[in-house]
Design a binder for this molecule. Structure first.
Ligand SMILES: C[S@@+](CC[C@H](N)C(=O)[O-])C[C@H]1O[C@@H](n2cnc3c(N)ncnc32)[C@H](O)[C@@H]1O
Length: 357
């Protein structure tokens, strides 16, 4: 990790400006979202180097001159756009906000899932509960009720989740099928995307998805629709309940973006139960984004920000981990890491684990 190891090299003058950016960050966020939402950045982009006048922007956006001008002025201050006499021209940051898929997915996730609830971060931190989740319902954690979230919230949640795992799948399939698994157990398999990727990659493999009932219903419907209902099975479970039996005849256990949904104590319990279900020939593959394993500082920023979603919205006690924490839990559960591969997809790490001899 080449970042966070020394003080930031910045003048006091610039640091003071950065502090103001933080103080006004929610305002900047909403302004950027509205500039996108009302099509203003796209309209400016279409004009290229010539740019657009305020009048043209008002006419197209159907907002008042007042509304457009406050957004544009703040857009200048955020360096999304620049001004050439009377015309506004898209600047580089505005370009990426407009064109970069990752920025779009992250922004929608923060707005739809996190924004309102984040007001409760302070109490969530004190109580260890996702108090922000109250904006959607009176639930203890987000997971059992994922499928009941309001439509737009659900859409942004799934797009965020899938964006990161989807980018990793292509690279992962040959790695995973190297060991020729016949039966994969996808723990926390969600809507079945990985199960479907596996069944289309290998015509002989079967997959059992372990998940909560709401997610399993969607996953099994998706498998039926793709014509692989006979090779994708569901195993209903709440992995927080240690009394519930763990699925035990898989030769490859798969946990993708799953263990970050739990506290360290809960992870240890899940890993121990997984280990008890494994044989000397089976393996456990853990795919996660660790903030210390990100190739770039931008990745660590996004991963650490995502931890705060877990604190205020998801369950109040989980997070994106430092890889050392996960390695220690794996060892405590009686497993060892046979292969440790970084830079998969968008900053994922794959840990292939086996039972300690
Ligand atoms: C962040 S999603 C990961 C989805 C998928 N594996 C991927 O890589 O995109 C976490 C999954 O874990 C499941 N999950 C969370 N808590 C659970 C629990 N207590 N028991 C079983 N599954 C749980 C959720 O329902 C969800 O499908």
């Amino acid at each position: 990790m080449s970042f966070y190891q020394s003080p930031l090299d910045v003048t006091a003058f610039d640091a003071k400006f950065e502090a103001q950016k933080i103080a006004f960050a929610p305002i900047s966020f909403q302004v950027a979202r509205c500039l996108l939402k009302f099509g203003i950045l796209a309209h400016i982009d279409e004009a290229g180097d010539e740019g657009r006048s305020l009048e043209a922007i008002v006419e197209r956006s159907q907002l008042s001159e007042y509304a457009c001008s406050v957004l544009l002025d703040m857009g200048l201050s955020m360096r999304l756009i620049w001004q050439n006499d009377t015309h506004f021209i898209l600047d580089k940051i505005g370009h990426f906000l407009l064109q970069d898929d990752m920025a779009k997915v992250n922004l929608n996730f923060v707005h739809d899932v996190c924004y309102q609830g984040l007001f409760e971060l302070e109490s969530s931190l004190k109580e260890g509960k996702p108090n922000g989740l109250k904006v959607f319902g009176d639930w203890e954690t987000i997971y059992p009720t994922l499928s009941e979230l309001p439509q737009q919230v659900k859409k942004s949640w799934f797009e965020f989740d899938h964006y990161y795992s989807d980018h990793a799948f292509g690279q992962l399939l040959p790695l995973i099928f190297k060991s020729q698994p016949k039966h994969i157990v996808d723990v926390g398999g969600n809507t079945g995307k990985w199960a479907l990727a596996c069944t289309s990659y290998d015509p002989d493999v079967s997959v059992t998805i372990m998940d909560l009932p709401g997610q399993l219903k969607v996953a099994l419907k998706n498998a039926e629709e793709k014509g692989v209902g006979n090779r994708v099975a569901g195993y209903r479970c709440d992995l927080l309940d240690e009394e519930q039996a763990f699925f035990d005849s898989g030769d490859l256990y798969w946990m993708s973006q799953f263990l970050d949904c739990f506290s360290k104590t809960q992870i240890l319990s899940i890993l121990k139960r997984t280990a008890q279900s494994m044989t000397a020939n089976s393996e456990l593959c853990i795919l996660e984004t660790y903030w210390d394993r990100q190739p770039f500082e931008a990745g660590a920023f996004c991963v650490n920000a995502t931890s705060i979603y877990f604190t205020a919205m998801a369950n109040g006690n989980s997070r994106m981990y430092h890889s050392k924490d996960m390695l220690s839990l794996i060892s405590q559960a009686g497993l060892f890491v046979d292969e440790d591969i970084d830079d998969i997809g968008l900053g994922h790490t794959l840990l292939r684990c086996k039972l300690k001899p």
